[in-house]
Ligand binder design. Structure first.
Ligand code: PMP
Ligand code: GLU
Length: 402
């Protein structure tokens, strides 16, 4: 007899992973689907990183590691943070996990109690709200739509802070919008947070390197909040290493210790071999990053240009990550050629998949109805064909209403 805990029953399945799985199932049935749903670099992991992993096996890095990760990797991360981001976290403050996803969940589970409020600017990556739910916390959403380039303002932040506010979770460059907060914009938010030293700051900086502005400011670089800011980052996006599952938190020491205790009972260390590969990523040549960045920027230009040609779509010009988050509400309320109503962005994403054979993710999964997310981490040819299909499939909807 199935007996599922209330905790898991309350949890939504990951929409990004679900849409990607649906697209793979259709592909397995011979349907030529273009998958713009899951967000992961389409590049192969750079050769020198793969070689380091092979060497790690031969050198017998095959035993349990410390729960928080090899000290050599934590040192490499600490040095990276100092050099690239100008922030100070000792190796003891870094806990390596199975991806940035676990690193995030670790921090939330280790610091949020039932009743604690966590501020999350929307739209936001699908897993944040669910992680807060797992911890029994309460999500407080701030909505920032395309008219404000999906970025919250200081007054919006100020308005939602209550005595129960425990944490703010900010992602820049953003998944799902690609927006990046400038140093000035971050400073304005920091000025609000400076008034409340009891609010923890969780900065998801996983897309740091997929950035077309030429500069990146870490939230932890503001002295006003540095000692209560936790950075989340990892190798998945910057080094095309999604399957290796290495991410980390860089946290105040008390929190790093709590996270280590939690992880010690839960998953122990992340893979020893993947840790050695990540160490090679941080200590080796960084040229691969700029090469991939160039490709992502070119694709951004392409996909924005093509999306702007589609009537009814509203698009911003994302400055980083590899997502476009067009506003599609012009198509909601229409009818498919088969007579089915498109009542939501979820219906629209499903229609694009079934009729146009393009997998996207519905905006509501990111907390913003009326939008869809496209991942442009795929070839230029795939992007051209996908955008052609989207245009053609959406045009059918309009014709139905004439
Ligand atoms: N944060 C954001 C904003 C992401 O998009 C992702 C990728 N799904 C993650 C964290 C988790 O990355 P990882 O693959 O390292 O678990
Ligand atoms: N970052 C990716 C996405 O948002 C990976 C899938 C996931 O873990 O959600 O699509």
């Amino acid at each position: 007899m199935a007996h599922i805990s209330d905790r898991v029953q309350a949890l939504a399945a990951s929409a990004t992973l679900a849409m990607s799985q649906k697209s793979n199932e259709l592909k397995a049935h011979g349907v030529d689907v273009i998958n713009l749903s899951v967000g992961e670099p389409d590049f192969e992991t750079p050769r020198h990183i793969k070689e380091a992993a092979k060497k790690a096996i031969d050198d017998n890095y095959t035993f349990y590691t410390p729960v928080a990760g090899y000290m050599s990797l934590r040192k490499a991360v600490s040095e990276k943070l100092a050099k690239e981001n100008g922030v100070t976290y000792a190796p003891e403050q870094i806990v390596v996990a199975n991806g940035a996803k676990q690193a995030l969940c670790n921090v939330i589970l280790a610091s949020i109690n039932p009743g604690d409020e966590v501020i999350i600017p929307m739209p936001a990556w699908v897993s944040y709200v669910e992680m807060v739910k797992l911890a029994g916390g309460t999500t407080v959403e701030i909505h920032a739509d395309i008219s404000q380039d999906f970025k919250i303002t200081p007054s919006q932040l100020e308005a939602v802070i209550t005595p129960a506010t425990r944490m703010i979770l900010l992602c820049s460059p953003s998944n799902p919008t690609g927006s990046i907060y400038s140093r000035e914009e971050l400073k304005a938010l920091v000025d609000v947070l400076a008034k409340r030293p009891d609010i923890m700051v969780l900065a998801d900086e996983i897309y740091e390197h997929i950035n077309f502005t030429g500069s990146f400011t870490s939230l932890a670089s503001f002295p006003e909040i540095a000692d209560r800011t936790t950075i989340i980052n990892g190798v998945s996006k910057a080094y095309a290493m999604t399957g290796w599952r290495i991410g980390y938190c860089a946290a105040p020491l008390w929190l790093a210790k709590a996270v280590t205790k939690l992880q010690g009972q839960y998953t122990s260390n992340a893979s020893s071999i993947a840790q050695k590969a990540a160490e090679a990523a941080y200590t080796g040549s960084q040229e691969c990053i700029s090469e991939m960045n160039k490709a992502f920027e070119r694709r951004r230009d392409l996909v924005v240009e093509l999306a702007r040609q589609i009537p009814g779509l509203k698009v911003n010009r994302p400055q980083g990550a590899f997502y476009l988050f067009p506003e599609v509400s012009a198509y909601i309320g229409k009818t498919t050629p088969e007579g089915k109503a498109i009542a939501s962005s979820s219906d629209l994403a499903m229609y694009l998949l079934e009729k146009g054979h393009v997998a996207t993710v519905d905006g509501a999964a990111f907390g913003m109805e009326g939008y869809i997310r496209l991942s442009y981490a795929t070839s230029d040819d795939n992007l051209r064909e996908a955008m052609r299909r989207i245009a053609e499939t959406l045009a059918l909807l309009k014709e139905q209403n004439k």
